[in-house]
Design a binder for this molecule. Structure first.
Ligand SMILES: *Cc1c(COP(=O)(O)O)cnc(C)c1O
Length: 359
């Protein structure tokens, strides 16, 4: 089966073998040594010297951790949203009592840094900018470097959902001055779901010291205190650590730049296929994502049938549209453990399934 949804993504055999290993004591030496191997390599992938914590949770837990550790109830935040996950991040902040000033775009659009500048000018009390790097629902990558520049101009915190981009798309945390950056293990990391990785800048630690939202499980101070001993405050998903230890070896052997180039190459193949069929990408091509390709389902194709034929007859599973795009689009996940050959096979299968799914 080619599981080509934007997470969970397939895992290499060596990672699966590692995940199946016998348990070890999470307060023992072997676990601490493993953590101390993993964290610096994660920092290398994040291109950061910032502190990095590993949380046992879904990507959304990582986003929630950013909210509760950085903000106080009634804080004003700019909730930049270009789709489903941008809305989720803003909703989370709002539920914890932040005053979210929404900056919403039509699905398929990318955020415009000038709009952010305008919003920050109009609302000097805004404390933080919440933004998605790669919007998985629409296959759109925001111009994060430019957005971060604007946030820095106004000396605002910038909290980033990089769940479906970190490790697959170039995202230099320190060079771009990003304060809190969140990703999830089941997207570009070639390991199963269960862990979130979060980088925390010095500016973010200062905000954390003053932030009053309630927090316990996700408290960064507790995480940092235990991390000094290579531990976590609570029992971690030990099996995913085993897998990650192996996956990071594979990733750094390939080299970050080579990983980014592979994702670009494979995404270009996906986009070339879309064009060759006369189909339309959901985003403007300039902002099209290198980890997920979202495509408008044409009128004469039964989108559900297309995916079902792909899955049952060709053993390729892709994702449907999300939220407002349900039934109207399909999404090809091409992140993490994927080769050029995989994408060639997928496009051949899609050629056939498309013919069979004609209304
Ligand atoms: C998958 C995803 C999430 C949510 O991750 P979960 O692990 O499902 O909670 C958040 N943001 C983006 C951009 C994602 O792609």
């Amino acid at each position: 089966m080619q599981l080509r949804i934007p997470g969970p993504t397939p895992c290499p055999d060596d990672v699966l073998k590692a995940v199946g290993r016998q348990m070890i004591n999470h307060r023992g030496k072997a676990f601490a040594e493993m953590t101390n191997r993993i964290v610096p390599r994660l920092q290398e992938c994040f291109q950061t010297k910032n502190d990095l914590v590993i949380l046992t949770t879904a990507g959304t837990g990582g986003l929630e951790s950013a909210v509760v550790n950085m903000l106080s109830p009634k804080d004003k935040v700019l909730g930049v949203s270009i789709g489903y996950f941008g809305d989720r991040f803003a909703d989370c902040a709002s539920i914890y009592g932040a005053e979210v000033i929404p900056l919403k775009y039509a699905w398929g659009q990318a955020a415009n840094p000038d709009d952010i500048r305008k919003a920050l000018k109009e609302n000097p009390a805004i404390k933080a900018v919440l933004v998605t790097h790669n919007e998985t629902s629409t296959g759109t990558t925001n111009p994060l470097k430019e957005i971060a520049k604007v946030a820095k101009e106004f000396d605002k915190l910038i909290l980033v959902d990089a769940v479906s981009s970190m490790s697959s798309i170039d995202l230099p945390v320190d060079a771009w001055g990003l304060d809190v950056v969140v990703t999830g293990s089941q997207k570009g990391w070639m390991v199963p779901p269960g862990l979130a990785f979060v980088s925390i800048s010095e500016k973010a630690w200062k905000a954390h010291a003053e932030a009053k939202m309630p927090r316990f499980y996700f408290d960064y101070s507790r995480a940092k205190k235990f991390a000094a001993d290579g531990q976590t405050p609570w029992t971690p998903a030990v099996s995913i650590y085993f897998g990650l230890d192996v996956a990071l070896d594979m990733m750094l052997k390939e080299g970050l730049q080579n990983i980014f180039a592979r994702h670009t190459r494979i995404a270009n193949k996906a986009r070339a296929w879309v064009k060759s069929k006369g189909l339309k990408l959901v985003p403007e091509e300039k902002f099209a994502s290198n980890t997920v390709t979202a495509v408008h389902a044409p009128e004469d194709i039964d989108e559900t049938k297309f995916r079902s034929i792909l899955r049952t007859e060709y053993k390729v599973e892709i994702a449907g549209g999300q939220g407002a795009m349900k039934g109207k689009a399909f999404r090809i996940g091409h992140l993490g453990f994927i080769t050029d050959k995989d994408m060639d096979e997928i496009t051949v299968a899609m050629d056939q399934a498309l013919l069979k799914a004609k209304r």
